[in-house]
Design a protein around this ligand. Structure first.
Ligand SMILES: Nc1ncnc2c1ncn2[C@@H]1O[C@H](COP(=O)(O)OP(=O)(O)OP(=O)(O)O)[C@@H](O)[C@H]1O
Ligand SMILES: [Mg+2]
Length: 294
């Protein structure tokens, strides 16, 4: 693969299931070394997209290149260079944790140390436990271990931290950041917007099989541009204004407060969060509750 080529390239990707068009012309690129997040409501087409990139599902149209190869050809070389956490896994119910990880490691030419990976995902105490006895969050950690153990250069993580307790989630974030430091590329999906904010260099919000917005998480809020200024006035009434540029309003408020020798109480200036932007962009007008029939 020529240097500088994207790790993942998707052009006009399409996929239908019967009458339902799940993916309707997606375009995105993920640069080598980047953490890219696919966000979007249930059924938006994230898993379909990720599993096409992994070579698990067949696309109906468009161009897809992963590490310079077409996953539709199911090249062996690609399988050895890619690690995967599927949305629903649990393949290894009847073996022990370390056996599952060791089995998976054997499929990769440059696998990492099995026990080291088990420690990284926080399953050290469960090393000899049968996989089917793990709790939901622990089973998900095993899935993460399987994705990491091959030391792949590209890792697909489909809702990797669903079911994790808060400490385990933070630990997984640290692990994913470490992958980035090692120059790996990560494509993840998540419903946790704080996770996307904390980890992703760029995100794309998908709705009904199309990307509605794409960019670094911090700029999506500013792209929505509105800024909310709130304060409590002299009569004790809470006031809020939505403005593009808060500077003139702040000048007006502070000038009036200084002139009247009145404190400007409870002043806040807030930008929409990634969650605000997400909810605004994925709001389903059709899903709004209708007026009850008379
Ligand atoms: N194998 C399948 N057969 C038929 N329809 C499918 C199949 N897989 C997915 N779909 C449909 O395609 C759409 C997209 O599903 P997909 O699993 O890609 O969504 P998603 O964005 O990953 O959602 P979630 O956030 O719930 O995981 C959904 O409407 C789903 O019902
Ligand atoms: Mg999914």
């Amino acid at each position: 693969m020529p240097s500088g080529a994207p790790a993942i390239l998707v052009r006009d990707l399409r996929k239908r299931y019967g009458d339902h068009e799940a993916v309707r012309g997606l375009d995105f690129e993920v640069a080598t070394g980047e953490i890219f997040g696919l966000l979007g409501p249930n059924g938006a087409g994230k898993t379909t997209t990720v599993e096409i990139l992994e070579g698990y599902r067949v696309r109906d149209g468009g161009e897809v290149t992963v590490l310079g190869m077409d996953p539709g050809d199911r090249p062996r070389d690609l399988r050895e260079r890619v690690g995967i956490v599927l949305q629903s896994c649990g393949m290894y119910r009847h073996v022990k944790v370390h056996e599952a990880v060791a089995y998976w490691a054997a499929l990769y030419p440059g696998a990492r140390d099995v026990d080291e990976v088990i420690e990284i995902v926080g399953l050290g105490e469960k090393r000899d436990a049968l996989a089917r006895t793990l709790s939901g969050g622990q089973a998900r950690r095993l899935d993460l271990a399987l994705a990491l153990v091959g030391d792949p250069e590209l890792i697909f993580l489909d809702e990797p931290t669903t079911g994790f307790d808060p400490a385990a989630r933070r630990a997984a974030w640290a692990t994913i950041r470490r992958l980035k430091e090692l120059g790996k590329t990560v494509l993840l999906t998540t419903h946790y917007l704080d996770e996307a904010q904390a980890l992703c260099d760029r995100v794309a919000i998908v709705k009904d099989g199309r990307i509605v917005v794409e960019g670094p998480p911090s700029t999506l809020g500013t792209a929505a541009s509105r800024c909310q200024v709130a304060w409590t006035d002299a009569d004790g009434i809470r006031q809020t204004r939505e403005v593009e540029d808060p500077t003139p309003l702040l000048n007006e408020l502070t000038t009036a407060a200084l002139a009247g020798n009145e404190p400007l109480r409870d002043l806040t200036v807030t930008r929409p969060s990634l969650e605000d932007v997400y909810l605004e962009l994925t709001e389903d007008v059709d899903a709004a509750p209708s007026e009850p029939a008379a």
